[in-house]
Design a protein around this ligand. Structure first.
Ligand SMILES: NC(=O)c1ccc[n+]([C@@H]2O[C@H](COP(=O)([O-])OP(=O)(O)OC[C@H]3O[C@@H](n4cnc5c(N)ncnc54)[C@H](O)[C@@H]3O)[C@@H](O)[C@H]2O)c1
Length: 339
């Protein structure tokens, strides 16, 4: 039985609490959030110990800690939990600066704990199918990727309280860059980035990018073109618009997850979500599959897939995208990777 703790009890923290509660291999022992009300609610729901500060929480006896604080607040809980010897599942992006991502990697490797970054799309069935096809040589060598992962404006204006402290780069493009690097199998060396701040900044006083665009060149010559924004209208039939196209030397693969396979026309037109859905009253889908891989790795005493080094490589590139976009559109060498 693995004893689990959760830091950050928002949307993702509570989704994972359900995953844990449905897994007979896991016992939730404690939770932590700066929001007293959330701690109280979760403690009542799951009968666990609750904390509003890391100190008491990290004194608990735990086998792993899941960190689901906002994008910019992963580092302190990750480093302190690693130093206490707890295995870690950390939400993406690993951190919002290369310096902080390096601190997490150092703390994890020094303490010898196991750690996974929750790049859950690697466990999203359409991408699993595409990866298998690529590995079986169906499209030859992957030389080009185009990815568009956009959200409706609901996400930065109503869902996240901390949109001004992140961006569609950290929140969304961290997924598509991870997938691109995973399919291409090489490190990014150079990035062109450009973005727009208009709607959120002027109409909502949320000082972050509406859209970010990146062209990434990899060491092996492959190129990824990535687009992430979050100002699509709320009338859009699904909260996420996600298209991913892979071009190889002998073929191509097109993935379109935004349509979700089910179209419903009731009081409004919508695509019903099938990404994460309950089947047999248990949560299934990419989050569950990714989480199961982490638990399997702990029980098998092996390194989980999607490591903190993958998280660091991801943060390096996204930092370069932001530096390039902040300077009005520039080409930036990715630090730490070979040119
Ligand atoms: N893998 C995915 O597909 C996916 C999807 C959505 C969000 N995420 C990631 O999950 C993380 C959490 O996102 P969310 O949507 O659940 O956010 P959220 O705002 O719903 O929840 C964040 C929680 O963290 C708490 N918090 C803030 N600072 C804290 C601190 N210093 N210590 C403890 N608790 C603190 C807040 O009170 C809140 O309850 C983000 O990094 C986000 O990018 C991942």
């Amino acid at each position: 039985m693995l004893r689990a703790g959760v830091v950050g009890l928002g949307l993702l923290g509570q989704k994972y609490l359900r995953l844990m509660a449905n897994d007979p291999r896991i016992r939730i022992v404690g939770v932590c959030d700066i929001d007293k009300q959330k701690v109280k609610q979760v403690c009542q729901q799951y009968q666990v110990q609750g904390f509003t500060e890391l100190s008491g929480f990290l004194d608990l006896d735990m086998d792993f800690v899941y960190i689901a604080t906002p994008d910019f607040a992963h580092t302190e809980p990750a480093v302190r939990a690693a130093e206490r010897g707890f295995n870690l599942l950390i939400e993406k992006p690993l951190a919002t600066s290369t310096a902080e991502a390096e601190q997490i990697v150092q703390a994890v490797r020094k303490s010898g704990v196991k750690a996974k970054v929750s790049f859950c799309n690697r466990w999203n069935p359409p991408f699993v199918a595409a990866k298998k096809a690529v590995e079986e040589g169906e499209i030859g060598e992957v030389i080009s990727i185009y990815a568009r992962l956009n959200d409706t404006i609901f996400v930065p204006t109503k869902m996240l309280k901390w949109a001004s402290q992140t961006s569609p780069g950290w929140f969304l493009m961290s997924h598509t860059f991870d997938l691109a690097r995973w399919f291409i199998g090489s490190e990014a060396v150079e990035v062109f980035g450009i973005g727009q701040k208009k709607v959120l900044k002027q109409e909502y006083q949320i000082d972050t990018y509406d859209n970010l665009y990146a062209v990434v060149r990899f060491e092996n010559g492959a190129i990824a073109v990535l687009e992430s924004g979050w100002i699509l209208p709320e009338s859009f039939p699904f909260i996420i618009d996600f298209k991913f196209q892979i071009i190889g030397t002998k073929g191509c693969i097109h993935i379109n997850t935004h349509d979700q396979m089910v179209h419903l026309a009731g009081t409004k037109y919508q695509h019903l979500g099938t990404i994460d859905i309950d089947v047999n009253r248990k949560p299934r889908g990419q989050l569950a599959f990714s989480f199961e891989e982490f638990i399997d790795a702990l029980l098998e005493n092996r390194e989980p897939e999607a490591t903190v080094e993958d998280g660091l490589a991801n943060t390096r590139v996204l930092e370069a995208v932001h530096i390039a976009a902040d300077s009005g559109g520039a080409v930036i060498k990715v630090k730490g990777n070979n040119a």
